[in-house]
Write a protein that binds this ligand. Structure first.
Ligand SMILES: [Ca+2]
Ligand SMILES: [Ca+2]
Length: 436
């Protein structure tokens, strides 16, 4: 009955989630998510230039998926381009230039995000300098809104007069999905400003706030409290150790941030960092250690996990089964239906301190334990930077394949794959009948 009530509550905001709840309630879905099969991978960015920094989001109302990335092959400069997976047509629509910038504008760092009522945003960064032909130096945060059919014209949310050298990398965006709004963090190093998109409009951009750590991910819990993963000073600062980061956790009580807690500590260093709640309200905090030969504390490449429950953090344990000479390059963690956890990661072999032969793996769990891993993609390229999202019980994944195409810089292309049972349009008609 609780599941059916939940079905009614979620019906408007997510047909797909509702469907999976209904199937579970009816006992139709067997509990074996590790057996779900995957489609063949698709090269979404099959253009001459490099395609990188991908973002992936689901419109919970239409079931459409949106991918965007930075591409230097569409024009003579970096542009934001993207593709939409049309749920009704069950296929990827053609590539579209979403930023259409002037010749001297460098665009990057796209984020696509939908709130739970289906309000979608594309947000990205733009930098320009006089030396590159701009009338004046500056940096902007740009945005477009999805109205269900098309993107609104690009607008400037935030403008700064300085040229930001080295961006992207320091000038970045973090988005937080809330029930009926989207919270944006505009990141510059350890500083940030926030703005909130609600009912079709943006709040004022709040003043700068400075932390001791670099925010990497922020999530909101059911009470609206913010929980963040961050990269901060390594516990060992001797020699080259100081170039590396540890994984920090902090939360915001509505007024201020907690003191950042170093969770990787002296047991390692952190490259990829992420966090998610499970269905029992436990907070899972994960980081990957690259096993760099340049840090005394980096002794093993693995994805480490700590769980916050009853006021304490569990000891760190490996989230994935150890393979000899494994190199873990990075991961993406997502919460699925009923608080299940889903993990995609890039893993290969460590050869002379370098990560090689990187392929993609996936596993899911109930928050108490993880199911067996699946290798979901293998190729001769190095597959890096996965982004995983959920539609109910089903996972969808984008990443970048990096390979030598004979150019001075390694080529990079954006690939996508999803579980084959990704809900069909026809099943959406079936859901209201189940809910009665
Ligand atoms: Ca390309
Ligand atoms: Ca450390």
């Amino acid at each position: 009955m609780a599941a059916l009530l939940a079905l009614f509550r979620t019906w408007n905001r997510s047909l797909l989630v509702a469907l999976a709840i209904a199937l579970t309630a009816a006992g139709l879905a067997s509990a074996a998510p590790e057996e779900l099969r995957w489609t063949t991978a698709v090269n979404l960015s099959n253009t001459p230039g490099r395609s990188m920094g991908s973002t992936l989001a689901l419109d919970p109302i239409s079931g459409d998926m949106f991918v965007a990335w930075t591409d230097d092959g569409i024009a003579t400069r970096e542009e934001i381009v993207g593709r939409r997976w049309d749920h009704a047509a069950r296929g990827w629509l053609p590539t579209e230039n979403l930023s259409q910038s002037a010749e001297w504008e460098r665009d990057g760092g796209p984020r696509i995000v939908f709130d739970q009522q289906g309000h979608g945003l594309l947000i990205w960064t733009r930098t320009y300098s006089v030396s590159q032909g701009a009338p004046a130096a500056g940096h902007d945060v740009m945005w477009r809104a999805w109205d269900g059919q098309a993107w609104s014209p690009a607008q400037v949310l935030f403008h700064g007069d300085a040229y930001l050298p080295g961006s992207p990398g320091s000038f970045e965006l973090i988005t937080v999905e809330r029930m009926d709004s989207i919270l944006l963090f505009i990141i510059w190093g350890t500083g940030y400003r926030t703005a909130e998109y609600y009912a079709g409009g943006w709040s004022e951009v709040a003043p700068w706030i400075y932390l001791d750590v670099f925010l990497t991910q922020v999530i909101a819990d059911g009470q609206g409290t913010l929980h963040a993963a961050a990269a901060g000073p390594n516990s060992n600062q001797f020699g080259s150790n100081h170039w590396f980061h540890d994984a920090y956790y902090l939360f915001h009580d509505g007024a201020t941030w907690s003191e950042p807690a170093n969770l990787s500590g002296t047991d390692g260093i952190a490259s990829s960092i992420g966090l998610s709640f499970d269905g029992h309200g436990r907070l899972h905090f994960l980081w990957s250690d690259p096993d760099s030969p340049y840090s005394d504390e980096s002794l093993k490449s693995a994805i480490w996990e700590r769980v916050y429950e009853g006021g304490t953090w569990s000891p760190n344990v490996e989230a994935t089964p150890y393979e000899n000479d494994q190199a873990i390059n990075g991961f993406s963690l997502a919460e699925g239906i009923s608080g299940t956890l889903h993990l995609a990661w890039s893993q290969g072999l460590m050869v002379d301190g370098t990560h090689t032969s990187l392929d993609l793996y996936y596993q899911s769990g109930d928050g108490a334990s993880w199911g067996p891993p699946q290798q979901v993609y293998t190729s001769t390229a190095n597959s890096r930077y996965p982004t995983l999202i959920q539609a109910g019980a089903f996972s969808s994944l984008v990443w970048e394949d990096e390979f030598d195409a004979g150019a001075p810089l390694l080529d990079r292309e954006v690939y996508a794959i999803r579980q084959v049972d990704w809900p069909l349009p026809s099943t959406r008609v079936f859901v209201p009948q189940v809910s009665k």
